[in-house]
Design a protein around this ligand. Structure first.
Ligand code: ARG
Ligand code: GLU
Length: 724
């Protein structure tokens, strides 16, 4: 063949298999980097070795990384257990310590000494001591003909045994997770620290600069960080909070580079990505992008509009609903970017071409054909069958998430169940648990607003959800009245559980009386009929289809790895420790729109709108900007703020350290760009970029704005680029 033709053919093949072939795509297992990634990482500019990143025999970079509360990542940046994460990861803690008089959200917080560092009940920091492949043990006794339920219970039994047998110290813990849709299992030995104290946070105006308008969007100008400290007992081991605890002495603390990065520089993100689904068939990606995302977005449009109007009209409501609104808006906006990105990047066409190539190779090989000949077709059939059920599920989840009476109903159900199963003792135990959450909930609950959300969302629900999945009792209660407003008034107007006092009065009675009143309450009666109907009519069918899909996805995953032998597969994210790597890089967003890779404080000032709820900044920042008082953190009279690179990241990677070629900390991951949010289904090197805050902006804010230079003194600052 002509050379050019060969190259063409190769290129074609590359494009066809491409969903998983781009360099920079992937969230890799740290213990397998030497085997799978080291060569490529070095070719991208990395100057350290895989063993410097993950090593179980001596300290390595992984010993500086923690899962922050199980929902974010943080990293150790001093020999005294200081850890860095995002502002939005620490927000709950910051909010909990805030009062109207001392509002740390608004004004920021800087502990002047260890004594001022604030404990946070329930907040943990988890180190990974070691990762072991336990696939053989986990799958012991599992056979191909087993139904999913038996398979799962066999595996659960094996895992329990593995955790019993694993060699570990008694202050350590362990867990086992499936990878590659259950084709592999890894065991993690961990150290879970339970005394994590708040050390510092910038004002929200810096930490969340741009709030919802800028969220998921580049160019970005947020200083999204906060500081905490891990405390240990006198033996440096995990312990519950105690005033006697001392700052933790880490096995490894990250060095911090003051030299910044340029386009093309190597970057690595080390953290705990939550969940991705990169190996779905095109049919499932399409179902999510074109059917389910619009369902969820539509309901949140309605809820956010109502909450937003009330928040704008009333300062008190704005504080009460800040967290709830932010959380609804975050996913709402992401789903929109995701669906757009899937269309824009041609993800479905690309995936279908990949499937055609897969099928061609399977059909050409009798052994493969016998095992995998029909797996794709079967998967597609099951996703088609799942569609109406998945629609019902997402409507139900969204409604019960946005309408807050369902939170009260969850307590009521827990109390009723505890009483039914374990009598008075069970009830009282559950009551203590519920009461711990009651004040926090009612402080941020406005029944009049919830009633409006109820009317709007239920109207959509009853109009759109297939009738066979709605409970008869719920339909009856809904249709009984002439208008949705009347239904809502009947319920909300006659309920006793909508105020803290009312709810307490009911549950503080004798358990049998309390349970009777909880059963009788109008709002709870409706909520029970609503969720009960879904649980009876849709959930069992959905679970059955889901079991089949799980099994087929497992087979399809295995098949892909067997069919495309020469290609590396990374497992979907599952909240375990991963490494993503790539290079600093701008991108072309659309015709004639090319984005640079760095933002500066000048950009903050361009967006600055005094008095605005999203784009105001503290006067002190303006002052520092005017004086160009950047200390050692600025470059050539400018203050770097955020930057982007093509590392493959997702939710849970928030707070992850971004490391340079030498493993020095250069930034803190906190978001992705609008055109690239579809990377949970389909990474595309043209658009997929993660957004990071430059570590020099973090230090500048701590030192110059916060006046907390003593914290910077704890850290080890380096100049790798000035080395000769
Ligand atoms: N979009 C980022 C994430 O998924 C940041 C969210 C917090 N920031 C915000 N402006 N709401 O978590
Ligand atoms: N902001 C996300 C988080 O909280 C990370 C951004 C993303 O999803 O990529 O984990």
């Amino acid at each position: 063949m002509h050379m050019k033709l060969i190259r063409h053919a190769l290129l074609y093949l590359l494009l066809v298999i491409s969903p998983f072939l781009y360099a920079n795509e992937g969230m890799w297992l740290p213990q397998l980097l030497g085997q799978l990634n080291e060569k490529e990482m070095k070719s991208l500019g990395m100057k350290i070795s895989a063993a410097d990143i993950y090593n179980i025999n001596k300290g390595s970079l992984k010993d500086a990384i923690v899962s922050f509360g199980g929902f974010c990542t943080a990293e150790v940046i001093s020999e005294k257990g200081l850890i860095l994460t995002n502002h939005h990861c620490g927000k709950d803690a910051i909010q909990n310590h805030s009062t109207v008089e001392r509002n740390f959200l608004k004004d920021g917080f800087w502990a002047k000494n260890h004594g001022e560092e604030l404990p946070n009940e329930g907040l943990t920091a988890t180190f990974i001591v070691r990762i072991e492949d336990v696939t053989t043990g986990a799958l012991k006794g599992v056979t191909a003909s087993m139904d999913e339920k038996t398979r799962q219970s066999t595996i659960d039994g094996n895992i329990a045994q593995l955790q019993k047998d694993v060699k570990k110290e008694d202050w350590q813990s362990s867990f086992v997770r499936p990878f590659y849709n259950g084709n592999k299992y890894y065991l993690f030995v961990t150290e879970v620290f339970k005394d994590v104290r708040m050390v510092g946070a910038p004002p929200s105006a810096i930490g969340e600069f741009g709030v919802d308008t800028d969220n998921w969007v580049w160019p970005r100008h947020a200083g999204d960080f906060s500081l905490f400290r891990i405390y240990a007992d006198k033996n440096n081991r995990p312990a519950a909070y105690s005033p006697q605890n001392v700052p933790y002495k880490p096995k490894r603390a990250l060095s911090i580079s003051l030299d910044g990065v340029q386009e093309g520089d190597f970057t690595m993100v080390f953290g705990f990505p939550g969940r991705t689904t990169e190996y779905l068939p095109a049919s499932a990606v399409q179902l999510n992008a074109e059917v389910l995302n619009p369902v969820k977005i539509g309901l949140r449009d309605q809820a956010l509009k109502i909450l937003g109007d009330h928040m704008k009209a009333d300062e008190g409501v704005k504080i009460q609903y800040a967290a709830k609104y932010a959380s609804l808006a975050n996913a709402w906006k992401k789903w929109q970017g995701e669906s757009l990105g899937i269309a824009k990047s041609g993800a479905l066409e690309k995936r279908r071409a990949y499937e055609a190539e897969f099928q061609k190779r399977v059909n050409a090989n009798p052994a493969l054909k016998a095992k995998y000949g029909t797996v794709l077709q079967e998967l597609n059939d099951f996703y088609t069958r799942q569609q109406p059920l998945a629609i019902a599920r997402d409507y139900t989840n969204e409604v019960t998430n946005a309408v807050e009476i369902f939170d009260i109903n969850a307590w009521a159900n827990a109390l009723i169940n505890a009483y039914t199963k374990e009598g008075e003792a069970g009830y009282n135990k559950m009551k203590a648990q519920v009461l711990a959450d009651v004040p926090g909930f009612y402080k941020e609950f406005r029944p009049d607003i919830d009633e409006k959300v109820f009317v709007a969302l239920m109207t959509t629900y009853f109009a759109k959800v297939p009738q066979e999945y709605i409970g008869d009792k719920a339909k009856e209660l809904w249709k009984d009245r002439s208008t949705p407003e009347n239904v809502a008034r009947e319920l909300y107007g006659k309920s006793d559980v909508l105020s803290e006092a009312g709810f307490r009065k009911i549950i503080e009675q004798k358990p049998d009386e309390a349970v009777e009143d909880l059963r009788k309450d109008k709002v709870l009666e409706f909520a029970r009929a609503f969720t009960g109907g879904y649980n009876d009519k849709a959930a069992p069918q959905l679970n059955a289809v889901q079991n089949d899909i799980n099994q087929l996805q497992r087979t399809y995953m295995q098949a892909q790895m067997e069919v495309f032998k020469d290609k590396r597969f990374y497992p979907d994210a599952n909240s375990t420790l991963r490494v993503a790597y790539g290079q600093v890089k701008g991108y072309k967003a659309r015709d004639a729109v090319q984005y640079g890779y760095y933002t500066y404080l000048d950009g903050v000032m361009e967006k600055y709108k005094p008095g605005d709820y999203e784009f105001d900044v503290p006067a002190k920042l303006v002052e520092l900007y005017k004086k160009k008082d950047y200390g050692p953190y600025g470059v050539n009279g400018k203050m770097p703020v955020d930057f982007i690179a093509n590392n493959h990241t997702t939710g849970g990677n928030s707070g992850s350290p971004v490391l340079d070629a030498y493993g020095n900390l250069i930034g803190l991951n906190f978001d992705r760009v609008w055109e690239g949010t579809m990377s949970d289904y389909n990474y595309d090197q043209r658009y997929s970029r993660n957004i990071m805050v430059d570590i020099r902006y973090v230090l500048f804010i701590v030192d110059k704005l916060g006046g907390a230079g003593h914290l910077v003194k704890e850290m080890k600052l380096v100049h790798p680029k000035k080395k000769v």
